[in-house]
Design a protein around this ligand. Sequence first.
Ligand code: FCB
Length: 453
Amino acid sequence: MDENAHVSRFPRFPPKFIWGVAGSAYQIEGGVHEHGRGESIWDRFCHTPGRIRNGENADVSCDHYHLWKSDIALMKSLGIQRYRFSLAWPRIQPLGSGAVNRHGIDFYSRIIDELLRAGIRPLPTLYHWDLPQPLQDRGGWDSRETADRFADYAAIAARAYADRCGHWLIYNEPSMFVNLGHLTGLHAPGIKDPAIAMRAGHIANIAQGKSFRAMKAVSHRLRIGSAFSMSPAHPATGSEEDRKAAERFHAWENVWYLEPALRGRYPAAIGPAPEKLLDIRAGDMEQIRAPFDFIGINNYSRAVIMHDPAFPIPFVGVRWLSGESGSKTDVQWEVFPRGLYEITMRIWHDYHVPIEITENGAAYNTPPNGEGEVPDQARIEFYDSYIRELAKAIADGADVRGYTAWSLLDNFEWTEGFTPRFGLVYIDYKTLARIPKASAKWYARLIAGQKRR
Ligand code: FCB
């Protein structure tokens, strides 16, 4: 295939549209014991036998803690316009409350300065799942104290970086850290308790509202959103039951942390708000509001949904099946490009708030060939097809401001350890060498092609 010709035929995006890449602190940094960083629930989880595939952990990972400067140079060489990264709360506030660690503040400060020098806009995420362990020891997301500590931390971060970072994300995928962490127990802190999961979700919502206001109090000019994991829900059959189940899935997985923020209520599809189960108290539904300046959508696939009363949370009552019409990536997620169009249109239609695609990408474990190149054609096709669907959503009226590829680097993929490779850049975990894959070069050409027009 003539890849250049391909990119030049690419749909035209709005002139101010921003092309970015993403990563997150725990997944790439390593350096877990350096310069006063505290322990996070993911350090504890990874060092608990049996939790992570092959017993791996992210103590070193991509060693971005030491290699950040050359990683930024690499982004610059690819023409990346924005870098979405996360701040490790335990680096900034090792105990999750009280003393601030100057070294942690300075680490991200240097990264932000270097990004700006390279002409790359920083997009920090406050929380990409690495809760300080001392807060977990006092109840974690099942304790209302965590919401207050999170708001304190949000203000600390905003005071440190608001002069250089105009756009922020509060959370990465609250439905994932709440449900995988407290319902299925597959992620840290490894709790498997529906009652806790329901309460923790409500407290995460309160924390989102509080942190939003805490940051705006530092500077009302900050533009603040959260990144939500969203998969368009398709009913498994034409039955009324499955159709309603798909709506409940949308409520529980896609907008459970968005509808309360924007509308001060839980989504109607689940029926009357289950106040007792969520432990909703007086004043909570005001606290929960966070009138976002933009909505972050993380999309990878779609969800095929069946009604299932056996789901451990009664008002949800769904079973999530994998779709079978598209091919599968190496983590068995269905490739379903149209889903990015569908979810973007739905969120635009329902909320009319500007949208950023904050994650989209695929795991393909293509290794380097004899010439030291990584010919990941499948990833190129994935990105190509999803980005074309995004262009259609924009043409159909959705106000989408930017696109973020997950991920810049291969990295630590949570419970799956280092097996799935989502990067545009290959990491040799023995030597820590970075090898831009064919997809990185393709993405660089796409960005350059959009700029030239
Ligand atoms: C998302 C997470 C991100 C990464 C990708 C593959 O759910 O936000 O950290 O794990 O999936």
